[in-house]
Design a protein around this ligand. Structure first.
Ligand code: BES
Ligand code: MN
Ligand code: ZN
Length: 492
């Protein structure tokens, strides 16, 4: 639960009061707006060095709440205080709530005067208040519950725009948390049919008019000519699914289709991956998870844009029924693909999903996928890539910038198409070794025709294998949801 308050932070009887620290000209600053008692303020600034305070991002410190109604004072760093933007506040708020798991009530008195900043603090606080405990049976620190009551201190507490921003932040955070939960779920529990059932249950539970879901099972996929999903899924005892989840408001300003890669586990198939690190491939469905929760959130926010999500679900396994390198598949719509590497499976299921999406003539189609290791080589673990037609690519970059996610524009060089030539089929599923992310994009381009399109490769950013930072936990991050939602809002 989150709310706004304009009360004096020093008088808030909460379990933790959070105040920002920052830096200017190498000196630590306290961004409390003079809300802390003067002696406490003076002592903190005087002893900053001996306390080891630097004011840099991800520095979260608990101190005695001398003279405060709160039980503990928490300082969270924002870094350079000049030109403080919403994303910096979002991260500082999230770092604090993340560190405060197990604390009942938290108030954040960060600099939040503009509505945009109130929204960022609220969103960051909620994004940081996340824990995935499904498989933990003990009651140690790993099971500590995220702060249940969060208050954001702002002079705008009664401002309608600010309270609406908080309501939106709750929907956004729920969508990001839902995406993270799916990514974190073990693949023995989350297989294609289970994912499809969860999508159906979520739509039913939302109970929103205009929100609908339908599922094609393996038989229906074979009958419908979805050769990519069938080919990738045939090695698993758990068959593939294609989920269509659609939000259709009564007066829609256009239609956007979202297509998500949903490989519930990517072993590589017959072109099997090395054992080391394979466990991270439970996250290969992060695109589909982001699509599902973006559509649900669009419906919850009542956005006046029609959104159709396509979840391309399959498990990529080696077995006696698995597809082989040299198999030829026919994608929905008739194009043939020679499978030269069964580990380049994402583009096969996405091809079917893109064709299905484009058949309904949306104004634009956006796909999101943990598609290539090459994405990480190019941009690392925190920056996603976006390729596609110039207009939609620019739209995604702008939406990401606004939402506080990092999506960097990348090209689709026409010459890479030659590398995808097959000796027997219309195209092969692998091409040149260098520029592997772009080659995957060029492959997908074959299936979108003339529909305005963007392709988001989130291979690195979808799953945090290192340590938590800002509002980003270890494991599933929920990347993409905020950008896609912002893009839909900008079209509304
Ligand atoms: N799911 C992987 C891509 C991936 C790798 C995502 C690491 C997240 C972290 C994808 O299916 C894959 O295996 N891609 C291959 C393609 C290659 C065979 C052309 C890759 O990137 O190595
Ligand atoms: Mn793969
Ligand atoms: Zn994959």
């Amino acid at each position: 639960m989150i709310s706004l308050t304009s009360q004096d932070p020093a008088r808030l009887a909460v379990d933790a009061l959070v105040v920002a620290t920052g830096t200017r000209d190498g000196a630590v600053q306290l961004l409390d707006g003079d809300a802390l008692p003067a002696d406490l303020r003076a002592a903190l600034l005087r002893d900053a060095r001996t306390l080891g305070l630097t004011g840099t991002p991800d520095e979260v410190r608990r101190l005695p709440a001398t003279g405060l109604a709160a039980a503990v004072l928490v300082l969270t760093g924002v870094g350079p205080v000049d030109g403080l933007g919403p994303e910096t506040l979002r991260r500082a708020a999230g770092a604090a709530t993340r560190e405060l798991a197990g604390t009942g009530s938290v108030a954040l008195a960060l600099p939040a005067e503009r509505v945009e900043d109130v929204a960022a603090v609220a969103e960051g606080a909620l994004l940081g208040a996340y824990a995935y405990t499904r498989y933990r049976t003990g009651d140690g620190p790993e099971t500590a519950a995220p702060a249940a009551r969060v208050q954001v201190v702002t002079p705008r507490a009664k401002d309608r725009a600010a309270t609406q921003a908080v309501a939106r932040a709750e929907v956004v955070a729920a969508a990001v948390h839902g995406t993270r939960d799916l990514v974190n779920t073990a693949p023995n529990d989350l297989y294609p049919a289970a994912f499809a059932d969860l999508a159906k249950a979520a739509v039913k539970e939302a109970g929103i008019r205009g929100l609908k879901v339908s599922v094609l099972d393996d038989k229906a996929l074979a009958a419908g000519g979805y050769g990519g999903l069938v080919g990738v899924g045939q090695g698993s005892a758990r068959g593939p699914r294609l989920v269509r989840v659609a939000w259709a408001p009564s007066r829609a300003r256009g239609t956007v289709a979202l297509v998500g890669k949903g490989i519930t586990f990517d072993s590589g198939g017959i072109s099997i991956k090395p054992a080391a690190g394979m466990e991270a491939m439970k996250s290969d469905m992060a695109g589909a998870a982001a699509v599902l929760h973006t559509v649900l959130a669009a419906a919850r926010l009542g956005l006046p844009v029609a959104v159709t999500g396509w979840l391309c679900l399959a498990e990529n396994m080696p077995s006696g029924t698995a597809q082989r390198p040299s198999d030829v598949l026919t994608i929905r719509g008739g194009k043939t693909v020679e499978v030269l590497n069964t580990d380049a499976e994402g583009r096969l299921v996405m091809a079917d999903g893109l064709v299905a999406a484009v058949e309904e003539s949306p104004d634009a189609v956006i796909d999101i996928a943990t598609l290539t290791g090459a994405q990480m080589v190019a941009l690392g673990n925190r920056v996603s890539a976006v390729m596609g037609t110039d207009d939609v690519r620019a739209e995604v970059v702008a939406a990401a910038q606004d939402a506080g996610e990092q999506f960097w524009p990348m090209p689709l060089p026409a010459d890479l198409r030659a590398g995808l030539k097959s000796k027997v089929a219309d195209l092969a599923n692998i091409g040149d070794r260098f520029g592997g992310m772009l080659t995957a994009g060029v492959f997908l381009q074959e299936f979108v025709g003339s529909t305005p399109w963007a392709h988001l490769d989130i291979a690195g950013p979808a799953f945090n294998e290192r340590s938590a930072y800002g509002y980003t936990p270890v494991g599933g991050t929920g990347v993409g949801v905020r950008t896609l939602l912002r893009l839909l809002e900008q079209r509304a």
